[in-house]
Ligand binder design. Structure first.
Ligand code: DC
Length: 231
């Protein structure tokens, strides 16, 4: 059996990180961890408990209640990937709404939230044979990952993809609203004090504005195989 490695995938929102990570995990028989889902679940908890509303964020209230938040991934064999559970409830759908997307960057700025989630992610990343995606995986969570990918695409391309996805799910949103959300999240993700989104020095950058999913998957699989062969 070939040697297993750790793969860190970071990049801007809606660059298709999770699609690529799921494809890789399936192909290689690795475990996939979607760290964005964990930040989204904390944002959902903050919404449900009135810690966050339009123009209001009770950070202290959220931080004081962090120990009441239990996050778990449970593998769904029908879907072929693990779904996010918040305090025992499957929240996989509830964390993907435009409302949660609107709040999640603010929640992800809070250092105490990051510390809690990073600790859990590092625990999950202890064993090789993992593909983890997020914003700080190659820089903070798994700095020793053998392969680090940094994904980019123009904001307009990403907004269009996200808009198509939301419309398909039946969400009534406008393209402009989605573009605004993508641009706001880019700004907050790259400007926050704690672990801002930056490319790790040893990451491979992939701009997929003009790549098909298949071309991108093949390019990354070639990188994985090259690393496995030389290790
Ligand atoms: O990948 P995503 O869009 O589901 O991520 C949701 C938000 O969580 C995004 O605005 C940035 C934040 N995030 C983060 O700060 N660190 C991570 N490792 C993953 C996500």
């Amino acid at each position: 059996m070939s040697k297993k490695i750790t793969i860190a995938i970071d990049g801007f929102s809606s660059t298709g990180k999770s699609t690529l990570a799921k494809q890789l995990a399936k192909q290689l028989g690795y475990i996939y961890v979607d760290t964005g889902a964990m930040y989204r679940a904390v944002a959902l908890y903050a919404m449900q408990n009135d810690f966050i509303k339009p123009d209001f964020f009770d950070k202290v209230g959220l931080v004081n209640n962090l120990s009441s938040i239990k996050l778990e991934f449970k593998f769904n064999s029908d879907l072929g990937f693990a779904e996010m559970y918040l305090n025992g409830t499957n929240v996989e759908k509830a964390i993907r709404t435009i409302e949660v997307s609107g709040y999640v960057s603010k929640v992800a700025e809070v250092s105490e939230v990051r510390a809690k989630l990073v600790e859990q992610q590092q625990e999950m990343g202890k064993n090789k044979g993992i593909v983890m995606d997020g914003r700080d995986i190659g820089t903070v969570v798994l700095p020793d990952a053998e392969l680090k990918i940094f994904m980019t695409a123009s904001a307009a391309t990403r907004a269009q993809r996200r808009f198509d996805e939301l419309v398909q799910k039946g969400d009534s949103v406008s393209y402009d609203e989605v573009l605004k959300n993508v641009e706001e999240r880019d700004y907050i993700d790259t400007h926050r004090e704690d672990s801002p989104l930056v490319m790790a020095e040893d990451a491979v950058e992939i701009d997929n504005s003009y790549l098909t999913r298949e071309e991108q998957f093949q390019a990354v699989l070639d990188l994985v195989n090259a690393i496995i062969e030389t290790n």
